[in-house]
Design a protein around this ligand. Structure first.
Ligand SMILES: C[S@@+](CC[C@H](N)C(=O)[O-])C[C@H]1O[C@@H](n2cnc3c(N)ncnc32)[C@H](O)[C@@H]1O
Length: 259
């Protein structure tokens, strides 16, 4: 299975992902999502972690800090290069180049919503896990980014009535979706929401860059050039920041812990 063309283009480099990650550096108080996720499991020095859809390596860095062995796996060569991590292997989440029962933790952070056959991914992760192993599947809840999505929708709807900014992480597979594709392979699936504070953004450019990073995904659906949407986001967010001192973006994120 391959990802769709939009997903492949979106992740050919980590530029767009970095723009989106930057938004969360405005969380107050600061919240280290990767550390919180990793704190949910025991990670002895002997553990082996498979970081599936590792992106630009935000979790791999935290695992290195803890001296835990990890292999980074991602469909995108550009992403793997950006991690600077070894081993880093180009692979599809549903066909991992790992033997049966060889890893202790499968980490799949903010990626399962890009996989069409999520049940096949669950089966594959169960296959590579040792007995007693855990899969940590991180995704957003449906309230994530609600204020920013509303702003974009208010800009787009005069030309494209009824348009919804359907983000894969809130609309395709979120914490609020049925975890049946994971339950088909795991006996116990528990959802744990992170105590993640909102981002309190004081730079309208950060919000504009965030929205600009998804041009390929949304441009085909909307009547306005996406670059114009981005400029309107910048202007309206600057107004809010000028008035209130801050543009608040809610975080809603957590993990399906699968055993
Ligand atoms: C939103 S990024 C998340 C990156 C990282 N896990 C994090 O949380 O920072 C999604 C990543 O999943 C990768 N990806 C998408 N579909 C995939 C698939 N079928 N198999 C492996 N990786 C995939 C993308 O290339 C991208 O690097």
């Amino acid at each position: 299975m391959r990802a769709d063309a939009t997903t492949v283009a979106e992740y050919s480099t980590d530029a767009g992902l970095r723009a989106r990650q930057r938004l969360w550096s405005f969380q107050q108080p600061q919240f280290a999502l990767a550390d919180w996720v990793l704190s949910l499991v025991s990670l002895p020095a002997s553990a082996l972690v498979a970081d599936v859809g590792c992106g630009n390596g935000s979790y791999l860095g935290r695992l290195r800090d803890r001296r835990v062995c990890a292999v980074g796996l991602d469909l995108s060569r550009g992403m793997l290069t950006s991690t600077g991590h070894r081993p880093a292997v180009q692979a599809d989440a549903v066909h991992l180049p790992l033997g049966d029962a060889t890893v202790d933790i499968v980490l799949a952070a903010h990626m399962l919503y890009h996989v069409d056959d999520r049940a096949a991914a669950g089966r594959e992760w169960r296959r590579v896990l040792r007995p007693g192993g855990t899969s940590l599947v991180v995704t957003n809840g449906q309230r994530s980014n609600a204020s920013l999505r509303s702003l974009v929708e208010s800009i787009v709807r005069p030309t494209t009535p009824g348009w919804e900014m359907r983000n894969p992480s809130t609309h395709d597979f979120s914490l609020d979706h049925d975890a049946a594709p994971l339950r088909a392979s795991f006996d116990h699936v528990e959802v744990i929401r992170a105590p993640a504070p909102p981002a309190r953004v004081t730079d309208a450019g950060v919000l504009a860059d965030y929205v600009a990073s998804s041009a390929d995904r949304y441009q085909p659906e909307v009547g306005l050039p996406w670059a114009e949407v981005v400029e309107q986001v910048r202007a309206r967010a600057a107004e809010v920041i000028g008035r209130d001192g801050v543009f608040v973006v809610p975080a809603d994120v957590g993990v399906f812990v699968c055993r």
